[in-house]
Ligand binder design. Structure first.
Ligand code: GLY
Length: 369
């Protein structure tokens, strides 16, 4: 299979996913156990990745119309209502959970209840905004306030939920909050060389920037590749929703740095600054960056970003893609965090963003962001 024939590739993804969906039925997978998708429906319904399988099914439903994809995605969306009613389960990743489910459903079916879920999720996300510092709080803590000042680069991908809520309600409040967070992120997260940090801690009372943290990357000051990818795609999306040129400039700056560090084989490490050994890889970072670079190429009218996206997708297709029935996942060698015990396994958002990227190349994407 070849990235230069994206229609064939997307069709092969559809064929494989159809078999998997028919076999497993209603499940919310995160990873695989012995090649078989696990299920977080009862184990951890609040987990931030729980919209991605449904999102992938919506992408394939939008492209091909197989009803089983829609049925499972709609079932997933209903399961997530338990999270919407649980303030402990809610965090800043509402875009990841509801743009992939309710948002996609609203675009493809016009469902009013999906629209209501989207607005409810947007209200919650807007409620995490801290006026001091102008940032959206990332995670919850166990009641001691220790995470009250934490914001993370990943949140740039959740801002489209706010932009969309403003459009739906004809009310600028959500967009203004999103732009305030994006403005803060430009100065607080993006370094002079175009790399970005993962976590920034602010004083939640005064808004003063206190420090950055290494988070899921190798260490303080390093370049966690998925964080760089969230930055490329996230700032590009903020530009697409607002036309504010500084967001496009920022996406270009992060992308230039990222592209300059892609290894010769096109396979992306967990962190650009990790030691030579162990050489842990993260296929999710490559897939997410590819999606961002394709959009950035369109927005900046610069084909070099499209070429870089093809380089990443080509490497994944040739050596990290599993299209046979031996495993439920598509991508191999995904890594959640550098210092975790487990590395290089299947992760559902890798599959989602790979599918989204291939659908983009075919002109068959349902644009959910
Ligand atoms: N948003 C968390 C991660 O990228 O792992």
């Amino acid at each position: 299979m070849n990235i230069n024939e994206p229609e064939k590739l997307l069709d092969a993804i559809r064929t494989k996913t159809l078999k998997t969906a028919e076999r497993i039925g209603n499940k919310i997978p995160y990873t695989t156990e012995n090649g078989v998708f696990d299920d977080l429906t009862e184990k951890n319904i609040s987990w931030w990745t729980n919209g991605f399988w449904a999102g992938m099914l919506w992408q394939l439903y939008g492209a091909y119309g197989n009803t089983i994809f829609r049925d499972i995605a709609e079932w997933t969306e209903k399961q997530l209502d338990r999270v919407l009613l649980d303030p402990i389960g809610m965090d800043h990743d509402s875009g990841f959970r509801w743009l992939t489910t309710a948002g996609a459903s609203y675009i493809l079916t016009g469902s009013e209840i999906s629209k209501n879920r989207l607005i409810t999720a947007a209200n919650d996300l807007a409620g995490r905004f801290n006026l001091a510092g102008g940032f959206i709080r990332a995670w919850n803590d166990s009641g001691d306030g220790s995470a009250a000042g934490w914001a993370i680069i990943d949140c740039m991908m959740n801002l489209p939920l706010l932009y969309r809520a403003s459009d739906m309600l004809n009310d600028p409040r959500f967009r203004l909050i999103a732009m305030c967070h994006a403005d803060t992120a430009m100065t607080a997260f993006v370094r002079e060389d175009g790399s970005v940090c993962h976590i920034v801690e602010f004083d939640p009372d005064t808004g003063r920037r206190l420090m950055s943290r290494g988070g899921q990357g190798y260490g303080h000051g390093s370049s966690w590749t998925r964080g760089q990818a969230w930055g490329i795609y996230g700032f590009t999306l903020s530009y697409m929703h607002t036309n504010k040129c500084e967001y496009l400039d920022t996406a270009v700056k992060i992308a230039d740095r990222f592209v300059s560090r892609i290894p010769a084989n096109g396979l992306v490490p967990v962190d650009f600054d990790q030691p030579e050994a162990p050489a842990y890889e993260d296929s999710t970072a490559a897939a997410i960056a590819a999606c961002g670079l394709i959009e950035l190429a369109r927005c900046s009218d610069d084909r070099k970003y499209h070429s870089a996206a093809l380089e990443l997708l080509n490497a994944l297709t040739e050596s990290r893609l599993c299209l046979d029935g031996n495993c439920d996942n598509l991508l191999k060698k995904c890594t959640a965090a550098y210092h975790d015990e487990q590395h290089e396994f299947a992760i559902i958002y890798g599959d989602y963003f790979f599918t989204e990227a291939v659908a983009k190349l075919c002109g068959k994407e349902t644009f959910i962001w």
